[in-house]
Design a protein around this ligand. Structure first.
Ligand SMILES: *[C@@H]1O[C@H](CO)[C@@H](O)[C@H](O)[C@H]1NC(C)=O
Length: 328
């Protein structure tokens, strides 16, 4: 190998190390270290190992948990195994939100898993809201390249001041770059991390055509390999305290490596089934941050029955909470 070739190999190794954010090396936490029960009394079960959790939906209630801290930026991750078999109408969400603090201008970053009828696959939806931009959904939807009910797979959100990246099994599937044109629509206020399971019969499957069938309950979603790596905000003092190396990690994580980007592009080509950027029924003109790719536009013009609805924060949790109190 000549010097130049060797130098290039060396450089690519080097940049690989520097910009390849080592997701897999981040510390896993015990449930109690980072989270508390949010709603659904007995329907949230922490396993004996203290590291994994089951969220259950049955005819009584769904359930959920929430991070103890609120974060301004971070890397948030869990391995999740979804309920098998008939799951139409079931929604499992893994998301950041501050809807409880900012009623009118909240921020949100979502992974939503949408159940399906028997023999049809789960779909994932990603979305963001910033500063109360709930009239503008920025949904994307994908089918999965594996059976999410067979094994655990890792779902992660990286949120920095300039980027949001959604990962599945450490492969980026969506990158949202903050642009000036987005204005306040880019999530920018501290948020909590939530995981919930609930009945989305009204919208989750074929726009509400198929609802939850409690004959197949309980629906159980399993969570493990919990990672909360970020900058926690003291709500009273408003001081930021970042875990070791966290600030530097976000900077690195914001830069998707070339090989990761190739994988992302390929996954999106094969598995993305809907993007708000190509939905001319909703948006006559694509939102300003959209970079329209003619090939993608052609493919996505024919999309599956459109599903929206989103997470019933505020009202949802309030309702679930009081429901669970009534049943005690
Ligand atoms: C966010 O919303 C609030 C209240 O509507 C508004 O006063 C503020 O200017 C907005 N911030 C940004 C960055 O758009």
């Amino acid at each position: 190998m000549g010097f130049v070739a060797r130098f290039l190999v060396f450089m690519s190794l080097f940049t690989g190390l520097v910009s390849g954010f080592a997701l897999q090396k981040l510390p896993l936490i015990q449930f109690d270290e980072g989270y508390t029960h949010l709603f659904g009394d007995q329907n949230m079960i922490v396993n004996r190992d203290g590291k994994s959790v089951r969220l259950i939906l049955d005819e009584r209630t769904g359930s959920g948990f929430v991070s103890n801290d609120i974060y301004l930026h971070g890397f948030f991750s869990s391995s999740i195994k979804l309920p098998a078999d008939y799951s139409a109408g079931v929604v499992i969400a893994f998301y950041l939100s501050n809807g409880d603090i900012y009623e009118k201008n909240h921020d949100e970053i979502d992974f939503e898993f949408l159940g399906n009828i028997r023999g049809k696959e789960w779909r994932i939806q990603t979305n963001i809201y910033g500063n109360g931009s709930t009239h503008l959904g920025r949904e994307e939807r994908y089918n999965l390249w594996f059976d999410p009910t067979e094994d655990f797979h890792q779902y992660s959100i990286m949120w920095s001041h300039s980027h949001i990246i959604f990962y599945v099994d450490n492969i980026p599937i969506r990158e949202v770059k903050r642009t000036a044109s987005m204005g306040g629509d880019f999530p920018a206020k501290p948020m909590s991390l939530y995981a919930t399971i609930w009945d989305g019969s009204k919208w989750a499957t074929n726009g509400g055509k198929y609802g939850v069938n409690y004959k197949f309950a309980p629906y159980v979603a399993q969570f493990t390999d919990l990672i909360l790596h970020g900058c926690a905000v003291d709500p009273i003092e408003k001081v930021l305290s970042c875990q070791d190396g966290a600030a530097e990690d976000f900077r690195l994580a914001s830069e998707i490596t070339e090989s990761q980007r190739k994988k992302m592009d390929s996954l999106r080509r094969k598995h993305m089934t809907y993007s708000y950027c190509y939905d001319r029924t909703r948006y006559k003109v694509a939102l300003p941050e959209c970079v329209v790719n003619p090939e993608e536009a052609k493919r996505l013009r024919v999309n599956d029955p459109v599903t929206f609805g989103g997470i019933p924060h505020r009202h949802g949790h309030g309702k679930h909470r009081s429901k669970s109190r009534q049943s005690i």
